[in-house]
Design a protein around this ligand. Structure first.
Ligand code: KIV
Ligand code: NA
Length: 257
């Protein structure tokens, strides 16, 4: 059965951990979906497979293009699409327009946006009122890289209280789930206990309701990974070997037989 936002909340109540990963194309999305991943995020982290240094240059058109490919592959998982930098921060109207395009043009079920400050809360409320499921994202928010860097967030008492309050306010504004990125595990646990909606952690310890990783990190496809990523296999090596074997066989006229 297809995963819904309500299902995720039920899983939290039942203590069933939520498995999330990112995808950027049809082939990867098909593999993840068939392997039983619950939530597939078309994250703006696909910047790494497009050769960008940060997530900032990603456009809404690029997200739509990749989200359509992902959506075509997915039968079961909930598909969530990141709204890229400056396609939702300007006004509620801009956010509505961008999120509307995601749902109408890609068939994805939800959008994700970064931050929990008052202007964002109003935006979330209005999107949710319009019937658009929204996922929140607090802690390290990579679209603010030029202000925050890529450092762990919530290290002081004051900063951790601010993140906790943002998470609570986002839940009140209507998000169905929230990503906690690169914050201390104790803070992530505190937020997870406080909220009714599921927390999905990345670099936020093991007590979140679910976990997400950037798939290219998990697969060892990227040149370098953030400190909190776990590399489960080294696809760079596997691909290099396959390509070198092919090159040798072509040059020795062994392929095709
Ligand atoms: O873009 C992304 O992959 C994300 C995850 C790290 C949550 O936002
Ligand atoms: Na993102």
């Amino acid at each position: 059965m297809a995963v819904t936002t309500q299902q995720l909340i039920q899983w939290k109540q039942q203590g069933r951990a939520i498995v999330a990963l990112t995808a950027w194309d049809y082939a990867i999305a098909q593999i993840l979906d068939a392997a039983g991943v619950d939530l597939i995020l078309v994250g703006d982290s696909m910047a790494v497979v497009l050769g960008y240094e940060t997530t900032l240059p990603i456009t809404l058109e690029e997200m739509l293009h990749h989200a359509k490919a992902v959506r075509r592959a997915v039968k079961r998982a909930l598909v969530v699409v990141d709204l890229p930098f400056l396609t939702y921060q300007e006004s509620v109207q801009q956010a509505m327009h961008s999120a509307g395009r995601v749902l109408k043009e890609t068939g994805a079920q939800a959008v994700k946006l970064e931050g929990g400050h008052p202007a964002m809360l109003e935006t979330v409320e209005r999107l949710v009122q319009a019937g658009i499921p929204v996922m929140g994202h607090v802690g390290l928010t990579p679209q603010s890289v030029h202000q925050l860097g890529l450092r762990q967030q919530g290290k002081t008492q004051e900063a951790s209280l601010r993140i906790l309050n943002e998470a609570i306010a986002l839940e009140q504004a209507g998000v169905f789930s929230i990503v906690l990125e690169h914050i201390p595990a104790e803070l992530a646990l505190q937020i997870t206990l406080k909220l009714r909606i599921p927390t999905i952690g990345i670099g936020a310890g093991s007590d979140c309701d679910g976990q997400v990783l950037v798939t290219s990190d998990l697969l060892g496809l990227t040149e370098k990974q953030p400190p909190f990523a776990k590399v489960y296999t080294n696809l760079r090596e596997t691909i290099t070997k396959a390509v070198q074997d092919y090159a040798v066989e072509v040059k020795e006229r062994k392929f095709p037989e």
